[in-house]
Design a protein around this ligand. Structure first.
Ligand code: ADP
Ligand code: MG
Length: 600
């Protein structure tokens, strides 16, 4: 297969000139008949990895995908690109089902999407026996692993169809980076010496922000006021919180929808669709929302409460900016969030599981407390190569006042040592503050040399500094329900080698800072962009498909930059392939021309 042929097809069907990381190698391997495990981040472009080979190969590609709502969007998007595809699931009525089967039998379909449960159906298995299926793609393959959070037993049936289909390549895709999950996928899907392609996990277009606002709601309202034209998700920890935040935003007359498991299914679907179709810009939701969402123009994901671990956070925040355009991931937290998470974890009686969850929780606590680069923290955690300084997270953007906290850190570490590394942060703080409370009296803290050596400091300052020392590895937290502070190898450097510890006082508001950070932003015509968004919304209503399937924000920004007025120029736009040109070229070219003459 020549490289050119791949590129030609990429442009023809998807409107893109170049491959993203990993795509070309994965596609070439599939076409060579090899099994593949592709681990690409959310928004990394996994779909094209199996859709493009499907178009080049003869016959049909079977795509196994966990979510019905996702299937419809994917099939809509493919058909918009001139790729005939279909899905079979429980939402089809009898006539639609029959029509789909006959379309498939007549060879009119290149990609067939099904859910794994469909493979339990003998009629269906008999049906596919008679088809020319040449390739199986398994999307969201982590669903086969019990380690992942989306375990789906029916995924285990998949290998049983290999016998029926003969020796054809199988490609599995996931965004989950952990090794346990990866190994599980290879084993359970019985992949045969697969190419395992893991690309970098850095989502450069995402700005990571951590904030501990005094008043979360006020922070949120200010942010939303400044982002009125953009679409975003607000995650809250409970149904009650979702209702509460939803109500407050509604009062501000914002375009807002909500989603949680307590709503009737019909309402849930409607609310989700309102968001996907841009009828409502904002959705407030619990973590029940999102897995079935491929909406690419999500410009921010705000966590109103701290999630239970980094995996959940990375996955949920990752729903921002799938189109590769700038987007914000904001985590709001306060002490209450940590208490609630601990409370929930303590509900279980399984000691080992409790411990595991508390360790995971501690890592996200470290994330919100670190004074280092947030992106580096994430990449380190997921085992990707990282940097010292990314210039695109709230820590890198707002490090204005660097304060030398070495002496205070030494005091804290000595105190932990004097307490024989047997107590938690409450006792450490009581001792340093010289407290006379019950706890201090019972433990006879006043007899220690570190008693009251920080009595002039705020309790909050000491607690925050302990948090930073934990986050940056100078203190280790051990034990489950009653965490104990312990020293580490690194503590010695501070205690004996005078290694410096710095904390950063955020004098600037990182959100403001980002607004001002225009250097990296693309230089497009804002007015034209907003106008084209309206054109897109109207088309979406007429045709009853989500706006981002017609064109992504990235395509519209390209149009608002290059302002194409001929078919040839229009074809230069990212995301414009043959079919999109035919279908929408005239409309958008006319709108752009009119806009230009009106503004001259
Ligand atoms: P994933 O499934 O990995 O989360 P998707 O397949 O949904 O990601 O792709 C995310 C977005 O990236 C889509 O809008 C898609 O069209 C776009 N995309 C994929 N490949 C490319 C490419 N080579 N160049 C530009 N955009 C791409
Ligand atoms: Mg995907």
């Amino acid at each position: 297969m020549t490289e050119n042929l791949l590129k030609e097809n990429l442009k023809k069907y998807f409107g893109y000139e170049t491959f993203r990381a990993g795509q070309e190698e994965i596609i070439t391997n599939i076409l060579d008949g090899n099994d593949v495990l592709g681990v690409l981040p959310t928004g990394g472009g996994k779909s094209i990895c199996y859709q493009l080979p499907a178009m080049i190969m003869e016959g049909i590609t079977l795509v196994i995908s966990p979510l019905i709502s996702l299937m419809k969007d994917q099939v809509d998007a493919l058909n918009e690109n001139g790729i005939s595809s279909a899905y079979i699931n429980s939402t089809l009525n009898k006539d639609e089902y029959k029509k789909t089967l006959s379309d498939i039998s007549r060879g009119n379909i290149k990609l067939l999407y099904i859910s794994p449960e469909r493979l339990e159906n003998d009629f269906f298995i008999d049906f596919i026996k008679g088809l020319n299926i040449n390739f199986v793609a398994v999307d969201e393959a982590h669903c086969i692993s019990q380690w992942g959070h989306d375990f789906r037993p029916a995924y285990k049936i998949i290998p049983s169809i290999y016998e029926v289909l003969g020796d054809i390549p199988v490609a599995a895709f996931t965004a989950t980076a952990t090794k346990e999950v990866r190994d599980d996928i290879i084993k359970n899907l019985e992949l045969n010496t697969p190419l395992v392609k893991v690309t970098g996990f850095d989502r450069k277009n995402l700005t990571y922000i951590v904030e501990k606002p005094k008043d979360k709601l006020r922070f949120l309202k200010t942010y939303l006021k400044n982002h009125k034209d953009e679409s975003g998700i607000i995650y809250a920890s409970t149904r009650k919180k979702v209702d509460e935040v939803y109500k407050s935003l509604k009062k501000m007359n914002l375009d807002v929808s909500k989603y949680h498991a307590g709503l009737a299914e019909k309402t849930r679907i409607k609310n989700q669709d309102d968001f996907i179709y841009d009828r409502k810009k904002i959705i407030v939701a619990t973590n029940a929302f999102g897995m079935g969402i491929d909406k690419s123009n999500v410009r921010y994901v705000i966590h109103y409460n701290m999630p239970k671990d980094m995996e959940s956070y990375y996955q949920e925040a990752g729903r921002a900016g799938r189109d590769g355009e700038d987007a914000d991931c904001i985590l709001l937290y306060n002490a209450q969030d940590i208490i609630i998470n601990k409370f929930l974890i303590n509900q279980t009686n399984n000691f080992a599981f409790k411990r595991y969850q508390l360790e995971k929780l501690q890592i996200i606590i470290n994330y919100v407390n670190t004074s280092n680069c947030l992106r580096a923290f994430i990449l380190d955690y997921f085992g990707s190569e990282s940097m010292d300084f990314c210039d695109n997270c709230s820590n890198c953007l707002s490090k204005v006042d660097k304060i030398d906290a070495t002496i205070d850190s030494q005091k804290i570490l000595s105190c932990i040592y004097r307490l024989d590394q047997r107590y938690g942060s409450k006792t450490v703080v009581d001792c340093l503050k010289g407290s006379k409370n019950k706890n201090a009296r019972e433990k006879n803290l006043s007899s220690l040399s570190t008693f009251a050596i920080m009595k002039e400091k705020d309790e909050k300052y000491i607690k925050d500094l302990i948090g930073t020392l934990i986050a940056d590895g100078y203190i280790r937290v051990s034990g489950g329900q009653y965490p104990i502070l312990k020293l580490t190898e690194k503590s010695k450097d501070v205690l004996f080698d005078n290694e410096k510890v710095f904390v950063f006082e955020n004098k600037t508001d990182p959100v403001k800072q980002m607004e001002n950070k225009t250097i990296n932003r693309r230089d497009y015509d804002d007015k034209l962009f907003n106008h084209l968004k309206k054109v897109r919304l109207e088309l979406s209503k007429d045709r009853n498909i989500p706006p981002f399937i017609i064109f992504s924000d990235a395509s519209l920004k390209d149009m608002a930059t290059l302002k194409p007025q001929t078919e040839q120029a229009f074809l230069e736009i990212k995301g414009v392939g043959d079919k999109k040109l035919l279908q929408y070229g005239d409309i958008f070219i006319a709108e752009i021309s009119e806009f230009i003459s009106a503004s001259n």
